[in-house]
Design a protein around this ligand. Sequence first.
Ligand code: CA
Length: 224
Amino acid sequence: MRLLVVEDDKDLNRQIVAALEGAGYAVDRAHDGEEGQFLGETEPYDAAILDMGLPVRDGAAVLQAWRAAGRTMPVLILTARDRWSDKVQAFDAGADDYVTKPFHMEEVLARVRALLRRAAGHATSELVCGPLRLDTRTGRLTVDGNPVRLTSHEYRLIAYLMHHAGRVISRTEIVEHLYEQDFDRDSNTIEVFVGRLRKKLGVDVIHTVRGLGYILEAPAPKAG
Ligand code: CA
């Protein structure tokens, strides 16, 4: 899952990015409304965290521009202002949720998890797909009840596939949603990477769809 953080307070920006990266997300950052608007319009984020009070262009204008451009990713608003009218303005501009500053980072992480799973149509923070069980709160993956140790990139891949189980995911989509903007992206390495993850899981759940990409599908339950 790839996220965008738009926050002009440098320390706070760094803290949020560090917390999100620690939770296993790929994160891009912007420090003003113009840069944030550009990234949100051009890069395919799974969710964005957007401060309302930003230099150059305020958060409400950025959000309106994203929505006008057809960007539908969930957006969590950060607001220092505890006035109800600011929240109404943010929701009318297309916000999905908000946090009032100062906040606990755990609350931001929990709200981001909720936005991501709701956007993907999941009701709970535990995703189940055949023998795979992923607790998105702890980042713990089990296969038939046995924990599997994953690298951060392997975690990002399986989490993305599990959030979107049943849908064909192209190599380009994987590259776009697993890596930060500055990362040296090469979709050819994805095949090797998927191969390694399959071996680690030890169960045949990631299927290749020739020419299109991959699909994570729970095997049909055996009759009898
Ligand atoms: Ca601000």
